[in-house]
Design a protein around this ligand. Sequence first.
Ligand SMILES: Cc1ncc(COP(=O)(O)O)c(C=O)c1O
Length: 370
Amino acid sequence: MLPGPTNVPDRIRYAMIKAMVNHRSETFTRTLRSVTEKSRALFQTEGDPLVLTSSGSGGVEAAVWNIVRPGDKVIVLVSGEFGARLAETVELAGGEVTRVSSEPGTVPSIESVEEAVRKAQGVKSVFVVHNETSGGTAVPYIERLASLAADVGAFFVVDAISSLGGYALPVDRWGIDICVTGSQKCLAAPPGLALLSVSRKATDLIRKNPPRVRYFDLGRQMDFLTHGETPFTPAVSLYYALEEALSWLVEEGLENRVQRHALHARQLYSMLDAMDLKPLADPKVRSNTVIAAWYPQGVDDKVFRKKLSDEQDIVVGAGVGSLKGKVFRIGSMGDVSSTHVNRTASAMSLTFQKMGYSVDWNRVAAALAA
Ligand SMILES: Cc1ncc(COP(=O)(O)O)c(C=O)c1O
C-alpha cells in the first residue's frame, strides 16, 4: 500500500519474462505501436504519447527542458515536496519562477494563481503537480488552470505521476500541453518508465526551437516513433510490462478505474475517521490515490511501519521533508481492491492496538461496511 511503486499483478509481472529482442526489429516495433495505441486511452488523446526509459522524474525533466527556455517567466504551483522539486527543475532550465505556494495538506487558491499570472505579465508557461504525493492533495481545478494558461498564450504542463489512471485528465479536451505520468503508480507496472502526452502547440515549439538536451529531446523521440523505434536502447522488458498494464486499463475502462480509486479512497478516509485519525489534507482537496494522515500521539513512525510490514505484511509510506515522523501515507493506486483496503484496516488496527493506541474495531468494520 505504498504511494509507489505499487502492487504489480501477476499478468503484468509475467509479461516481462518474454524473450529479449532486438529493439530495432519488427517485433519490438509491434510492442511500441501497441503501447502508443493503448496509452491514447490513458491520456484521452488523438496524439501519440511518448514513453521514456526513465523514472517519473526523467519525464518531468523532459517536460521542463522541452518547454522552458532561459529567461522565460514560469508560474509553478507548490504545495509540497514534488512541487518544490518541479520549481527547482524549471530554474535549472533557466526559467524565472514565480512560486504560488500553499501549506502541506492544502492547494493554492485558483484566485492566487490568476493573480500571479496577471502580475508576472508575459508568462510563458504554467507548471503544476496534479497530485502532491507528499501531502495527499489533488488540485481540483486543472481544467481551469489550462484555460487560464491558454488565455495568456502560455504552455500548461502537468505532473500527473501519482494520479493519471486513478484520475482522468483528458489532455486534448482540457488543453494540457504536456502531461507526465510514471509506470509504477496507477498503472500498476514496475518503476522505470515515464509516459508523456505532447500537444500540437508544444510540438511546434520543440520543432522550431529544439531543447538543448539529447536524451530527453522529445522531437527526437517523435521522429524515431514515426518509424516504430526509440532513439536510444529502451528498457524492453518494462515495455512488455507496460503493454500488459495498458491492456488491463483498456479492459477495465478508464472511467471504471477512476471510480474504483474514488471508492477505495472513500473507504480509507472512513477507516481513518473510525480510528479517530486526522487526514493531513483539507477535505476539499483530498487525494483519491494518496491518503496521508497524522500519527496519534505516542506512536513512533519507524516502529509502526516496521511492525506493520514485519508482522502484517502491509507496507505504507513515511512522511517526507518536514512531515517525516509525523504522518504516514497510504497509496491507493493501481491494483487496489476492497480486499487490500480491508486487510490494511485490520492490520493497522492490530498494530496501533499493540502500540498502545486503542482502536474500536467495531467502528472500523462498520465504516468499511458502509
Ligand atoms: C507527483 C510526483 N512527481 C514526481 C515523482 C518522481 O517520480 P520518480 O520517483 O518515478 O522519479 C513522484 C514520485 O513519487 C511523484 O509522486
